[in-house]
Design a protein around this ligand. Structure first.
Ligand code: SF4
Length: 313
């Protein structure tokens, strides 16, 4: 039986760098344009800004990297690392501070900077700064963009504060610099259906996004979404529907994308809903077994580019 299901990011890293490469989450004092001036942020966003496993930002960048490197290097026998600016919107910092932080992350054995941000927060000055650091320190750059949903009505419902056009603009701008792009999508987001998920897969493919993180929505305590959930204002699809959505997403992307994850790894505490009460490993294996059993694999339905969609008319 063909055991291939989808391209794994870990394989991409191993092929590119010749060894295991681990991401070291680092935290800098930054906020998010969607959480200031009275804006309340995405309805699922908690106080950590999606950076719950970061070491405290009270440590310097180098301290954070070395502490993490020591621990992760020993545990996983990793020799090379990616400095992961994970939480909030890192390109929302003033430019001079952003430059200072990204430069200070370029220590020995860091082969990549991975910078997480919003699609509406990509500007050429920041990309120029990343290009300069990339050339000077010989590090690769990946920019992580949250798309979350390809449905503008859903994006409005969850108060993302940007639409699909901003995402397309961001990807096209970043591509000019030759950086890699990772996109986050939540496949069990309430209000979306399987066709929204397939559309997200197609958009990501035609834009040539490199890496994908698929998330199973978890609901953190003390968020707007937590209140809506408790008030039964929406339903979350069941585990089998999530499995189908992930599977269809993977079948619709091309052979070029690599998956960093297909389920969320929620924090152990402070959630009122996460992965249908299962571990992330269980859920991942469940989805992979489903795909194997059905003979599903990546790019199987990638038949909509270069005029191929015409035959559907
Ligand atoms: S973009 Fe990220 S940090 Fe900003 S409000 Fe949304 S989830 Fe929170």
């Amino acid at each position: 039986m063909n055991e291939y299901i989808y391209n794994r990011y870990s394989d991409y890293l191993k092929n590119k760098y010749g060894c295991r490469v681990y991401k070291l989450p680092i935290s800098i004092p930054v906020s998010c344009p969607n959480r200031i001036n009275g804006l309340k942020g995405c309805t699922y966003c908690d106080e950590s800004g999606a950076g719950f496993d970061n070491i405290s930002g009270v440590f310097s960048i180098a301290e954070q990297i070395y502490k993490n490197m020591e621990y992760i290097g020993k545990k996983y026998k990793a020799k090379k690392f990616s400095a992961y600016f994970q939480n909030f919107t890192n390109t929302f910092l003033p430019l001079n501070e952003f430059e200072k932080y990204i430069q200070s992350a370029c220590v020995d054995n860091i082969v990549e900077l991975s910078v997480s941000t919003r699609p509406d927060c990509i500007k050429y000055e920041y990309l120029d700064a990343l290009k300069y650091v990339s050339n000077k320190f010989n590090v690769d750059i990946t920019i992580e963009l949250g798309l979350q949903s390809a449905n503008i009505h859903t994006l409005n419902k969850i108060n993302r504060g940007h639409g699909i056009a901003e995402f397309i603009d961001a990807v096209m701008s970043i591509k000019k610099y030759g950086f890699k792009i990772c996109t986050h999508v939540i496949l069990n987001i309430p209000w979306d259906d399987i066709y929204d998920c397939i559309e997200a897969a197609k958009i990501i493919t035609v834009l040539g996004v490199d890496f994908v993180k698929l998330h199973s929505l978890y609901i953190a305590k003390n968020t707007v979404m937590a209140k809506q959930y408790e008030n039964k204002e929406f339903n979350i699809c069941d585990i089998d529907e999530y499995t189908r959505r992930v599977s269809e997403f993977i079948r619709h992307v091309s052979k070029e994308q690599y998956f960093e994850r297909i389920v969320s790894r929620p924090p152990k505490e402070n959630t009122i809903f996460a992965n249908w009460g299962r571990s992330n490993w269980y859920l991942r294996d469940y989805i992979e077994s489903y795909m194997l059993k059905n003979g599903f694999y990546q790019s199987q339905l990638c038949n909509y580019m270069q005029g191929k969609a015409l035959r559907l008319l």
